[in-house]
Design a protein around this ligand. Structure first.
Ligand code: 0PR
Length: 379
């Protein structure tokens, strides 16, 4: 550490030099991210509450109220009544918390997830000492319910279904999975980190049918991320649950005014809670619907630009598009040299593009030309 501090001007010059190296969502060349430029009002709300600590709720009852409102609004969006949940830092912490609860209540059994489920689940299983087991996918890249049925047993602690999967954006048959689980005690968690802020609005638009949330009675918990399609700031994840899950995950905190503190984190950032609150109130259902409509239109537009040149393994269900390529990593690296960012999915031999709100039609045309050019170069 330097002995004498720098002036504000000097520090900002350094900050700027780092910022200049970063990519900007605004430039529209980021197609590998599930986060986007937050709403302006979310950014402002975040700044208003950046020093508030939700780990010390007695000092910040106003922030606690906001958190409760967010849980109430999102519970209603996911058909959970009465409202019940926790504001966390993202999908990783939410998936971990669901698995943690399962282990505390069901013991150290197996965790069953569909193949290609987000790696945060494998991480949670590793930390918690659960046996991680992948269930193969059926047609349409969703969990094979028959295979799940064969894999089930009384030693399963938790089953996870995806509603908007990371790789394909697909939605597992949550209702059918719920039926399979009826005879078992396993915890049933839905990872809607990405799809939670997409599917309700696709339903409004008549573009998606099927239950993925608490309308399925067997669903115990579900997570959705305001810092993905929720247009809020990072770090924002929400875990909703039918029965209180935090009680078994609470630990004595005698020197605080509360006797027990729930969940994994201690000091908890509140800026993203305020940002989520602001985004939800400002956009309303109509605002989110318009954002999702545009993302979905853009996804189908990009598909139309690419489908003559590339095989499309699955018709986009949400705003995620995969195209089959000969060498995914080479394609990704080639595109990165041209400052286009996509994900290489080695297991399935595809490139994945997430069509977030920061992407425009013009940019997608430019991108498709570059990708088709890559095919000429790489083959
Ligand atoms: N569940 C699902 C379905 C996800 O897609 C993700 C993240 C998570 C859980 C974990 O959420 P947090 O990252 O908020 O904890 N999906 C993104 C992805 O893997 C996150 C991401 C994006 C990671 C870009 C790396 C990256 O370069 O695509």
């Amino acid at each position: 550490m330097r002995e004498k501090g720098l002036t504000e001007k000097e520090v900002f010059r350094l900050l700027l030099s780092h910022k200049e190296k970063d990519e900007l969502y605004e430039d529209g060349r980021i197609l590998n991210s599930m986060s986007t430029l937050p709403l302006e009002i979310a950014r402002k709300a975040h700044m208003m509450f950046f020093e508030t600590n939700l780990g010390n709720p007695d000092l910040f009852p106003g922030t606690v109220e906001m958190e409760r409102d967010v849980i109430r609004i999102l519970s209603s969006l996911m058909h959970l009544s009465p409202p019940n949940g926790a504001f966390l830092s993202g999908g990783t912490e939410a998936n971990f918390t669901a698995a943690w609860y399962a282990r505390e209540t069901r013991g150290r059994g197996r965790m069953l997830v569909p193949q290609g489920a987000h790696f945060s689940l494998r991480k949670a299983a590793s930390i918690l000492g659960l046996e991680f087991q992948e269930i193969p996918l059926a047609e349409g890249y969703v969990m094979d319910v028959g295979a799940l049925e064969r894999a089930m047993g009384d030693d399963v602690s938790i089953v996870v279904a995806m509603a908007g999967s990371t790789i394909f954006g697909t939605v597992d048959p949550v209702g059918e999975i719920g039926k399979v689980l009826e005879g078992y005690d396993a915890h049933f968690h839905v990872d809607a980190a990405f799809g939670g802020f997409v599917l309700p609005f696709l339903e409004d638009l008549g573009l998606f049918r099927g239950a993925y949330d608490f309308r399925v009675k067997r669903v115990d918990s579900l997570c959705l991320d305001p810092h993905k399609m929720g247009m809020a700031t990072i770090p924002a994840g929400v875990l909703l649950f039918r029965r209180d899950m935090m009680a078994p995950l609470s630990f004595p905190s005698p020197y605080l005014t509360r006797e027990a503190t729930p969940g994994f984190l201690g000091t908890r950032a509140s800026g993203a809670v305020a940002a989520t609150y602001a985004a939800l109130l400002h956009l309303g259902r109509e605002g989110y619907r318009e954002i999702v409509r545009r993302c979905m239109e853009n996804t189908l537009f990009l598909k139309s630009l690419l489908e003559d040149e590339f095989e499309i393994p699955v018709d986009p269900v949400t705003n995620v598009l995969n195209v089959r390529v000969s060498k995914p990593v080479e394609y990704r690296d080639y595109l990165r040299e041209q400052e286009w960012y996509v994900s290489a999915i080695r297991e399935y031999g595809t490139l994945r593009m997430v069509i977030m709100p920061h992407l425009s039609e013009d940019v997608l045309v430019e991108f498709s030309e570059e990708l088709i050019h890559a095919k000429r170069v790489i083959g």
